[in-house]
Design a protein around this ligand. Sequence first.
Ligand SMILES: *[C@@H]1O[C@H](CO)[C@@H](O)[C@H](O)[C@H]1NC(C)=O
Ligand SMILES: *[C@@H]1O[C@H](CO)[C@@H](O)[C@H](O)[C@H]1NC(C)=O
Length: 369
Amino acid sequence: MKLTGAFLVSALTLLLLTVTSTVNACPPSDRAALMEFKAALNEPYLGIFNTWSGSDCCTNWYGVSCDPETNRVADITLRGESEDPIFEKAGRSGYMTGSISPSVCQLDRLTTLVVADWKAISGEIPPCVASLSRLRILDLIGNKISGEIPADIGELSRLTVLNLADNQISGSIPGSIVNLKRLMHLELSNNKICGEIPSDIGKLSMMSRALLSRNELTGSIPSSLANIYRLADLDLSMNQMTGSIPVQLGSMPVLSTLNLDSNQLSGQIPTSLLSNSGLNILNLSRNCLEGNLPDVFGPKTYFTALDLSYNNFSGSIPKSLCSARYIGHLDMSHNHLCGTIPSGSPFDRLEASSFANNDCLCGMPLSTC
Ligand SMILES: *[C@@H]1O[C@H](CO)[C@@H](O)[C@H](O)[C@H]1NC(C)=O
Ligand SMILES: *[C@@H]1O[C@H](CO)[C@@H](O)[C@H](O)[C@H]1NC(C)=O
């Protein structure tokens, strides 16, 4: 009798263990979606996909993790530049060809999709990613992805990071992007994106970083950008943007880096930009800006880089520049400035090249007047 009881207990325990371990495994549908995802990619050097075998995709599948409560796949993070020992062994950074399979859209609990810096993944972003309603991070930087940004991207109401930089994405920025209410980082640099920046981009009130350089963007800088209280880093350099610099940009509370260089911006430089003591890096080089440089520097001025070169600025160099607290790199070359370079300065090292190719500047470090 006792023996039978003990047997029953252990049999039950065994059954329970078996049930628990099956419950802990990822659902077969998630596993199948991952297998399709894997089949569309080819990673020849590191063998990271060799770990994608066995029935439980939640355990020891490289770059995959699951929600511990639901055992649904929540995170795919595959970075081609990594400190992971698997990379050390292979003695090289990652390389992958193939494309991102639409099967990824079946992983409807996904919060993170990072397939970054594999250099040669091509094809398009599956438009169905816009249906991954829990997605918070979409990072596909450093591949050869082409095609357009999915038109419905704005449906990803939880997205905080959209990083598609260093690819070959074309088309324009979808208007729906302004619906990404939680977006903090928008990085689209170094693609072939054309057209205008949506004028209501200022709706992205959580955005702290907007990097859109090295594209083919046209039109003017939307003044609504100035409504984004948290925006600290704005880079629109190396595009084909026209019009004048919105004066509102100068009164942004936390803006510290503003790169608008290599565009076709015209008109005068807003006074508020040079007097904004929070702005530490300002590059307006290679535009068509004109007029005098406002004489608004002061003891709070702190620029690690101030590049106004290759424009059409005229008049003299503002005397107040001398009262600045710090100016690291200064470049006023290739303009039409004239007169005496102010002396007694906060500049680290005044180099002649900072003032070269103007109309009639003189004084240190150029020739005496
Ligand atoms: C400013 O932009 C120009 C042109 O894009 C670039 O050559 C220059 O190095 C930049 N200046 C600084 C200080 O980064
Ligand atoms: C620069 O300004 C002068 C007038 O100050 C004007 O004649 C000239 O066309 C301008 N050049 C460019 C490239 O904008």
